[in-house]
Design a protein around this ligand. Structure first.
Ligand SMILES: [Zn+2]
Length: 381
């Protein structure tokens, strides 16, 4: 049986260890010890060097006792968002919160703690279990870059779960693909009072382009945003450069391409409207676009063995787990992109990425029971 007190204590201990993205070393060392004490072979990959962090992904191999069982992956991320240093978890009954100055870090320490506790029960109670690969990633919050650096050929598992989503009773099997965009709009610098006619105002070009963009919720499976605007030097200078950063996400690849092109075209069209003849030379505003695929979509079918396994485990506990689509991306997107079949199971974290983040420990316990039951059922074949 899951030991609730031990699970709560581990969660609180992990939350108190600072682990902003690229600074996960202390928590990684703690987890390496934990995994080794449970009988795993642990190694840390070179993702930290690749992303400029102080530690890599923690990968733990549990040999298991049931050679015929399907090897399973269990994964959660070690990093937390800002403000996330010096977190003081405060427990009020079954509700865990921060003191209001920081996030709680239940995203994703709850997933980490659940994985540790489930494997601790397997070990302590000598329960039969198949091979398990545990991956605690770095830098999920920095753009899934720990998972992107993960060499999946080091894993035996080809299917499994990421534990990194909120209210209990859900399994996220679908998530959108996302593009990250940076637009650099070039105008022409001039004195704003003396000779404004010799300038092209890059801020105005950007504003006209943005005003024509469809943004926000585009349709039931597509969203788009311009989130950052940077530019301009002084009130008396016609600005010659603006940088815009934005994104688009969609569950449909076609719609994602369409939306991305639309956003670029709005700016390019605005740029062509701003031209200038100066000393016999022709000037036009210009847009430099840098568009990167942030992550591919996740689309795990309802009849995938891992989804069926989660449903069966929940049923055995008289619970129901619903499969759902999310608008967010997580490590599971990357792992599916790398050829694994991985869904995202909820852990009980709530209002994440805010200082109001909280977690109901009852949800945490339920989620841990589901994970343990998954391991038990998988061993039984
Ligand atoms: Zn997370």
């Amino acid at each position: 049986m899951i030991n609730y007190e031990r699970l709560d204590n581990l969660l609180i201990e992990l939350i108190k260890i600072d682990s902003l993205s690229r600074k996960e070393r202390a928590v990684a060392m703690r987890l390496q010890r934990e995994m080794e004490s449970l009988g795993a072979t642990v190694f840390i990959d070179d993702a930290g060097e690749k992303v400029g962090g102080n530690v890599g992904n923690v990968i733990a191999h549990f040999p298991g006792t049931m050679a015929n069982a399907t090897p399973l992956l269990l994964s959660a991320h070690m990093d937390t968002v800002v403000p996330g240093e010096g977190i003081t978890p405060i427990r009020n009954g079954d509700i865990l919160r921060s003191d209001g100055r920081t996030v709680l870090g239940g995203d994703d320490k709850s997933g980490v703690a659940i994985i540790c506790e489930a494997l601790r029960v397997i070990r302590d109670d000598n329960l039969p279990c198949g091979a398990v690969d545990v991956v605690f990633t770095i830098c999920e919050e920095a753009g899934l870059i720990g998972a992107k650096c993960l060499d999946v050929s080091r894993l035996r598992a080809r299917t499994g779960l990421v534990l990194d989503s909120d209210s209990v009773g859900f399994l996220f099997t679908k998530a959108p693909a996302a593009n990250r965009m940076e637009f650099r709009i070039h105008g022409l610098e001039a004195h704003a009072g003396v000779c404004p006619e010799k300038g092209i105002n890059a801020i105005q070009v950007a504003a006209e382009g943005i005003a024509r963009m469809r943004l926000g919720r585009i349709d039931h499976e597509t969203t788009a945003n311009i989130g950052v605007v940077e530019g301009g030097m002084a009130v008396n200078i016609v600005p010659n450069q603006v940088i815009l950063r934005g994104e688009a996400r969609s569950h449909s690849q076609e719609k994602l391409d369409y939306q991305t092109t639309h956003m670029r075209q709005c700016l390019e069209e605005a740029a062509t409207r701003h031209t200038l003849e100066l000393d016999g030379k022709h000037h036009t505003a210009r847009v430099e676009a840098k568009i990167d695929r942030d992550y591919d979509r996740m689309d795990v079918p309802d009849n995938a063995p891992i989804v069926k396994l989660v449903h069966s485990a929940a049923k055995n506990l008289n619970l129901e787990v619903k499969t759902l689509a999310t608008g967010g991306g997580c490590d599971a997107n990357v792992l599916n992109q790398k050829g694994l079949v991985v869904a995202n199971l909820s852990t009980g974290m709530r209002d994440i990425h805010t200082v109001n983040e909280w977690l109901d420990l009852n949800d945490l316990h339920l989620s841990a029971r589901i994970v343990l039951e998954i391991l038990r059922l998988n061993a039984a074949g």
